[in-house]
Design a protein around this ligand. Structure first.
Ligand SMILES: Nc1ncnc2c1ncn2[C@@H]1O[C@H](COP(=O)(O)OP(=O)(O)OP(=O)(O)O)[C@@H](O)[C@H]1O
Length: 262
């Protein structure tokens, strides 16, 4: 039995309709503190819709979201970030016209006392140093961090967003296919960041199509099919294989408790 205090995120009957499209229907989901959970499912299964509701990118049609013990109704992604949810999305919330340090510290700028007056001023030097250190963790090479984000590749942008996640300790990190646009080396580095988050006890939701990655890194898989959750699998249990997960994704199998989803 899970203690309530142990739960960082819970959704009850979370539902999103776009007109007649039932993209997400009745999702009951629980994430414990420190737990790393993968969300898997075919294209169009409702995975991104689910995380868009949790991160305030969109407003739910129905249902409840309880984050860190309190019901929440985020009005936008910044609202969710302020509450402690850091998200890395396919379509990234980076500011194109700003350089890397400005993006990393957007909304959390470092300041220092101005010797010449009673005001604090932005501490660019310290932000640049922290940015270089954070990027080093992702392994991505960005020739000049003072360049604006708009001229960077998809992979470089992704790494900036991940570096932001690794820099600021959040209560919950959500990554939507974080390595889809990355090369082999950068993928390995991002996976190391995910391992570090695990060691630090920071909970994570990862949307991924990569079975190897999920089995290497995650504790549990929640499978979505046609907008509904159809399986909740403890993959630390050695009886569950990649073939089982595929069977739930394709609809060849459904867990008895989710039979309504079939
Ligand atoms: N803004 C929208 N308006 C109308 N329909 C939408 C909208 N966003 C998503 N959908 C539909 O909702 C369903 C779920 O989409 P969603 O993007 O959540 O799937 P997904 O599981 O994340 O897929 P993928 O793996 O391809 O990213 C799909 O049928 C999609 O076409």
């Amino acid at each position: 039995m899970t203690e309530l205090g142990n739960i960082i995120l819970e959704t009850r009957d979370l539902t999103k309709h776009y007109g007649g499209v039932h993209a997400l229907e009745g999702a009951d989901f629980t994430l414990r503190k420190g737990e790393h959970v993968a969300i898997m499912g075919d294209n169009g299964a409702g995975k991104s819709t689910f995380v868009r509701q949790i991160t305030g990118v969109e407003q739910k049609t129905r249902g409840d979201i309880i984050f860190d013990g309190k019901p929440v109704n985020f009005t936008g992604p910044l609202d969710a970030r302020e509450a402690g949810i850091e998200a890395v999305f396919q379509t990234l919330a980076l500011a194109d016209h700003l350089d890397v340090p400005d993006n990393l510290f957007l909304g959390r700028e470092k300041t220092k006392w101005n010797w010449l007056g009673p005001f604090r001023r932005l501490d660019y030097k310290s932000m640049r140093e922290d940015t270089l250190e954070a990027l080093q963790k992702t392994g991505v090479k960005i020739p000049n961090i003072r360049n604006t984000i708009q001229n960077m590749s998809g992979g470089q942008r992704q790494c900036v967003a991940i570096a932001r996640t690794a820099t600021f300790h959040s209560k919950l990190t959500i990554m939507d296919e974080p390595t889809a646009a990355l090369g082999v080396q950068e993928t390995a580095q991002v996976e190391n960041i995910i391992r570090t988050l695990k060691e630090q006890g920071e909970p994570l939701i990862l949307i991924s199509h990569n079975m190897r990655q999920v089995f290497d890194l995650m504790d549990r898989v929640v499978v979505f099919r046609r907008g509904r959750i159809c399986a909740n699998l403890d993959i630390r249990n050695e009886d569950i294989t990649g073939e089982d997960v595929v069977a739930y994704i394709t609809g060849a199998k459904t867990q008895p408790e989710y039979e309504d989803a079939a």
